[in-house]
Design a protein around this ligand. Structure first.
Ligand SMILES: CC(C)(COP(=O)(O)OP(=O)(O)OC[C@H]1O[C@@H](n2cnc3c(N)ncnc32)[C@H](O)[C@@H]1OP(=O)(O)O)[C@@H](O)C(=O)NCCC(=O)NCCS
Length: 165
């Protein structure tokens, strides 16, 4: 059984930050340098960064658990316009390919609908071909690409994908 729960407490947020660090260092070395992963985890997925996102930037985190415990997380942010930003969708390696991602995606779509949004959008690294395939299978379309300077000489080279609710 999979549970998807809104992260409410600082303790829960710390657990998600720990999981994020583990997943990012397991998954991203095929795409990004260790230096860039360290930098991005600190900037976007450390407890302090996530706390700031939740407290001041309208982000909401969800934890994903199965019978063996915490196995993934989602972050979303309603924009001021009609869009809903899917910022993070991550599962541990052992839980991939087990249909949990589809449940996570359904939850994202229902959260977006709940607040009356018309589209869900995301950015995904152009070389993250598995995630791009998963998003396409779920109905997202590539609508643009963007290179974002994230400081320290690092950039994010992403597609922007969109799903119409
Ligand atoms: C992205 C992620 C959450 C997806 O979860 P997953 O468990 O790998 O996805 P699944 O295997 O359950 O696949 C989800 C759907 O995509 C389909 N799919 C998977 N691989 C596919 C491929 N290569 N081509 C077409 N469809 C594919 C599956 O059939 C499934 O569709 P269905 O529900 O209609 O049957 C997971 O791979 C992950 O955490 N990756 C590492 C972190 C990451 O890249 N996150 C996204 C950053 S933007």
């Amino acid at each position: 059984m999979v549970r998807i729960d809104r992260v409410e407490t600082d303790e829960e947020l710390r657990e998600v930050a720990e999981l994020a660090e583990k997943i990012w260092h397991e998954f991203f070395p095929v795409i990004l340098s260790e230096e860039q992963i360290d930098y991005m985890v600190e900037k976007f997925q450390s407890y302090n960064a996530m706390k700031e996102q939740v407290s001041h930037q309208n982000y909401c985190y969800f934890s994903v658990s199965d019978n063996d415990g915490l196995c993934g997380y989602i972050a979303v942010k309603p924009e001021k316009d009609s869009r809903f930003f899917l910022s993070k969708l991550y599962l541990t390696k052992e839980r991939r390919g087990k249909d949990i991602a589809s449940e996570m995606m359904s939850r994202v779509f229902s959260e977006a609908e709940k607040v009356g949004k018309k589209t869900v959008y995301l950015t995904v690294n152009k070389h993250n071909s598995h995630a791009v395939c998963v998003y396409e299978k779920k109905g997202f379309k590539i609508i643009d690409s963007v290179v974002t300077d994230i400081g320290n000489g690092f950039v994010m080279d992403d597609y922007i994908m969109e799903y119409r609710l």
